[in-house]
Design a protein around this ligand. Structure first.
Ligand code: NAP
Length: 248
């Protein structure tokens, strides 16, 4: 039996990178998946590719997680297509790095708006279905820098630390209805978000990582799959680090 047989999942920012890998892993384990990302074209292409590879039901949608109406519609469209929503992965995220002294107010606001408010809006949108069903999973993709802080990433680190507070509050609020809410805190993962790093910087980072390598999107997808599936029924309000031991 596949681990997510009969389940329906919505994954935000899933047209590429970590989100795409999570969507593919969930589909391979039997879930129907909604791939919701900024570009409709990219979402539909990813949905078609995953459907062809896994045979799973897929839906590609345009979504800006910082807009409440988009979030409500993405969840409503998912329920219309698959009949329910069992799993939400809040993965959409952006960076607008810079030292605080030079960081524009708009760069702070937009990162908080997508990374933190977006997760709140999507969680709110799925909550009415999950609370009624008395079952559900929410997995928030935070970051190692939400735990450690990072020079040049005050906005991003604050959004990712905020996600951990959101995770714990939702976990407490939803626990009586068996809706479990956890976070994954990835370290350095090989995606577009980290591709601008020079080879020299990547080599230096790898030296600092006890497991000796930068992570792959699949490493994060496996953790999300665990938190979304039947092996984590007594786990809520937790932060699972996937960082090769970089921060313990
Ligand atoms: P990525 O390759 O840049 O993918 C992020 C996706 O989110 C993109 O498809 C992007 O769409 C989408 N997106 C951006 N703004 C959005 C919005 N307002 N509404 C909906 N979708 C939106 O990044 P990634 O590395 O896979 O990161 C995925 C998550 O993991 C993020 O939350 C990130 O903070 C977190 N994370 C990453 C790392 C890492 O090392 N890569 C480490 C720790 C945590 P467009 O392509 O159209 O812009």
């Amino acid at each position: 039996m596949k681990r997510l047989e009969g389940k329906t999942a919505v994954i935000t920012g899933a047209a590429r990178g970590i989100g795409l890998e999570i969507a593919a892993a969930f589909a391979a384990e039997g879930a129907s998946v909604t791939i919701a990302d900024l570009s409709l074209q990219d979402s539909e292409a990813a949905a078609a590719d995953i459907a062809a590879r896994t045979g799973a039901g897929t839906l590609g949608l345009a979504l800006d997680v910082s807009k409440e109406a988009d979030c409500e519609k993405a969840v409503a469209d998912t329920v219309a297509a698959f009949g329910k929503v069992d799993i939400l992965v809040n993965n959409a995220g952006i960076t607008k790095d810079g030292l605080v002294l030079r960081m524009k107010e708009t760069d702070f606001d937009s990162v908080i708006s997508v990374n933190l408010k977006g997760a709140f809006l999507m969680s709110k949108a799925v909550s009415k279905f999950m609370l009624k069903a008395r079952s559900g999973r929410i997995v928030n993709i935070s970051s190692i820098v939400g735990l450690t802080g990072q020079a040049g990433q005050a906005n991003y680190s604050a959004s990712k630390a905020g996600l951990i507070g959101l995770t714990k509050s939702l976990a407490r609020e939803f626990a009586p209805r068996q809706v479990l809410v956890n976070a994954v805190a990835p370290g350095f993962i090989r995606t577009r978000m980290t591709e601008d790093l020079k080879d020299e910087a990547k080599a230096k980072i790898s030296e600092l990582i006890p497991l000796g390598r930068i992570g792959e999107p699949g490493d994060v997808a496996k953790a999300a799959l665990f938190l979304a599936g039947g092996d984590s029924v007594y786990i809520t309000g937790q932060v699972l680090s996937v960082n090769g031991g970089l921060y313990m």
